[in-house]
Design a protein around this ligand. Sequence first.
Ligand code: NAD
Length: 294
Amino acid sequence: MTSIAFIGLGNMGGPMAANLVKAGHSVTGFDLSPASCDQARNDGVTIAGSAHDAVREAEIVITMLPAGKHVLSVYADLLSSVKDGALVIDCSTIDVDSARKAHGMAQERKLMSLDAPVSGGVGGAKGATLTFMAGGAKNAFDRAEPILSKMGKKVVHCGEAGAGQAAKICNNMILGISMIGVAEAFVLGEKLGLSHQALFDVASTSSGQCWSLTTYCPVPGPVPTSPANNGYKPGFAAALMLKDLKLAQEAALASGASTPLGAEAAQLYALFNGAGHEGDDFSGIVNFLRGQKG
Ligand code: NAD
């Protein structure tokens, strides 16, 4: 049994902390939201009176927060209360630069650290089937792996500090671009009189095959479990897709990488979000594209 502190018990952090409790660990948590604390308490997490109280006795401190600024401010405030020899793991999706700064702050305190963002969404967090992409020293990864594997089905060491975040934004840039590509093909197919099922049957077994088509098909029918069959309820909300595409564009600008389709995808998702679809599943972009004049 490991003593674990969990800061940020929202849609993702709450069920992740609950899975650590189920695995037999002692989990003390804290969140600014009383509702998130109540839910986590029901799932067996001990709720501390403050974030400082939550981390004081922990061997491992996990954060699952909205964005880089939250992670850096929590680290600046909290690391002085973390005990010597502890390992800090940030599972939030944040920019690579902030992730590296967070590692630097941990290093100054002589703490081991990892960035370990996830893919798999709320369903994956609940079902302990997340994929973790970790960045940091090998000894930190080896220590974290048995804990992370209680919340996910795959844990990958991607490289040094920030490499987990780099892998996450590259993956999600592929996802955003490929979803728009699949959606455009369905919109074009409709204009050409092609049924959704016929296009799916061909493309899903041809060179157009990809996850956005075969698992997350953006039109109702061919894949019964995709959000298109459930009123485009997320799933993976368009607001989060836009967040990740913006992170990819920031990283592309900072590193000098050429990502023209990533830039276009970020713009289209900004328009989709701006039209009031932040809370819709990101595959709903097909309806937005259908509404545009060719
Ligand atoms: P969320 O908003 O539901 O949860 C974040 C929680 O952090 C909130 O409960 C908030 O009260 C808490 N918080 C903020 N500042 C705090 C502080 N200083 N101290 C303590 N608690 C604080 O968000 P989420 O959906 O759980 O996402 C968390 C992270 O996971 C984000 O970085 C997101 O991009 C990433 N992510 C989300 C999904 C998804 O499908 N929701 C998928 C993959 C990755």
